[in-house]
Ligand binder design. Structure first.
Ligand code: G4P
Length: 200
């Protein structure tokens, strides 16, 4: 999406060869007009899939996921990052390892908010190694619900997440796809190899 690529080019800060900082509109300060546009794009792409819930992980996934759920008129549920000692029988939970932060998070979702009848759209801000999406897919499986699509605001196509999701045959749609980061510049992917969103 041109509008997002332009924003990344003008405000993104490249750290080394693998981190893009977008604190001014997505990860710290949040631009609501941009989020509304992002939500509309995701909703249009996935609307035909009879989605019943939008799912993300706190915290930065919430803004784009909320705007998507607003457009689709379905609830947003976000997984909480919380310590295992407060987990109990009333939640689905799993462990997510972050290669970027080199830390482990237990994530959980109340069994009240996800069930076997749900057709779920996962939305997240970044796709790097795909561990966050993998964790959400794990929870969806525990609930015996169905993951019908994954929408990502910014994917780093040079890391493992893109292929991981495609290998599961889940439709993936990324608004901006980064081929690589070099000399402080963002090089976007020319062509996105994305699963066909119509197939489910
Ligand atoms: P993965 O889920 O795709 O495997 O990604 P990874 O564990 O490597 O990323 C861990 C956290 O770092 C995630 O946020 C993810 O969104 C973020 N992240 C990964 N790569 C980048 C990047 O290049 N730029 C920025 N800005 N963030 C990146 P999180 O820990 O869930 O944090 P938050 O949602 O609470 O902000």
């Amino acid at each position: 999406m041109k509008f997002l690529e332009e924003r990344i080019k003008s405000e993104g800060i490249v750290l080394g060869s693998d981190i893009l900082k977008v604190d001014s509109f997505l990860n710290h300060q949040v631009d609501p007009v941009l989020m509304a546009r992002i939500g509309a794009e995701f909703a249009e792409k996935f609307r035909h899939l009879q989605i019943t819930k939008v799912l993300t992980i706190e915290s930065s996934g919430i803004a784009p996921a909320l705007m998507t759920s607003f457009d689709l008129k379905v609830p947003l549920v976000f997984a909480r990052k919380q310590k295992s000692r407060i987990l109990n029988n009333e939640v689905f939970s799993t462990t997510v390892y972050s290669y970027t932060k080199q830390s482990e998070n237990q994530i959980s979702i109340s069994k009240k908010f996800i069930s076997a009848n749900d057709r779920i759209l996962i939305i997240d801000d970044f796709l790097a190694n795909g561990q966050a999406v993998q964790g959400l897919l794990d929870i969806i499986e525990q609930a015996q619900a169905q993951a019908v699509g994954v929408g990502i605001v910014i994917e780093k196509a040079f890391q493992k997440g893109h292929q991981l999701i495609l290998s599961k045959h889940i439709p993936l749609f990324s608004l901006a796809s980064i081929d690589h980061l070099v000399d402080g510049k963002v090089i976007f992917s020319k062509k996105q190899e994305q699963a066909d969103v119509k197939q489910r």
